[in-house]
Ligand binder design. Structure first.
Ligand code: PLP
Length: 239
């Protein structure tokens, strides 16, 4: 049987959440470990309204979170959470050139055993400051705002006959394309908006077509800003 299953809560392309309770049940039936990549979707935990959509996350042995998305941190801000602290045993790996027993015994501080990344910046500091400042409620309000903005934006696209909406957003990612445009046109629109310094849109290939991707993460974005973005796209679409 499988040893490890990796599920995703918030895919990079469309922000989709795998059916976590069903996957967790399969894992437990087959004795497989479950890892959940909640880099994007994990931020829903801050929100009372959206947290239930992560049901099943608690069954994971390990979870990754990336607070540069729904956590408003500059990159890098990745976290690995483990249910059983024994899973962090690899951090106790010793190497003579790094670990000087007499220094450790003398109580000299170092990052060994605390970080996977020895000499890198301590990403946890900025995360801790944000959590202390905004709290779960403050972050939850930001999550609610960007998810609501994505729903509104998707509704505007769905009502526009010149645009196709990929689907109602699950998180804050909205995929759309000019109706009937070939992929080359979609790619050209995106590149032109980028090189003209007008808009930075993502892209995703789904269901055999290329889509423009707006991952809404700025809680201060107003519906007007998004309407202006659609006018830019439509203005660059050949008639
Ligand atoms: C689904 C998903 N997992 C993980 C990551 C994080 O990747 P990285 O290892 O580059 O921090 C991302 C994007 O940042 C993502 O969208």
């Amino acid at each position: 049987g499988p040893l490890l299953v990796a599920a995703t809560a918030g895919t990079t392309d469309a922000g989709l959440i795998d059916p976590l309770p069903a996957i967790a049940a399969r894992c437990s039936a087959h004795g497989a470990r479950l890892h959940i990549d909640a880099a994007y979707g994990g931020g829903l935990l801050f929100s009372d309204r959206h947290r239930p959509r992560l049901a099943g996350l608690d069954a994971a042995h390990t979870v990754t979170l990336d607070l540069h998305k729904l956590g408003w941190q500059p990159a890098a801000a990745g976290l690995l959470a483990v249910r059983d602290t024994a899973d962090l045993g690899a951090l106790h790996q010793r190497a003579d050139y790094l670990n000087a027993d007499d220094d450790t015994e003398a109580g000299l501080p170092d990052l060994l055993g605390r970080s996977l990344r020895t000499t890198r910046r301590p990403d946890i500091l900025k995360i801790a400051v944000t959590l202390k400042t905004l709290g779960r409620t403050g972050l939850g309000a930001l999550v609610d705002a960007v998810c609501a903005r994505a729903q509104e934006f998707a509704a505007v696209i769905a009502a526009d006959r010149a645009l196709d909406l990929y689907d109602t957003p699950t998180l804050s990612t909205v995929l759309f394309r000019p109706t009937g445009a070939p992929d080359e046109t979609v790619a050209r629109i995106r590149r032109r908006l980028l090189t003209e310094g007008r808009a930075v849109l993502g892209r995703a290939r789904l269901d055999g077509r290329l889509w423009l991707k707006a991952t809404l993460l700025n809680p201060h974005t107003r519906p007007d800003d998004l309407a202006a973005l659609l006018r830019l796209v439509e203005g660059h679409t050949p008639a």
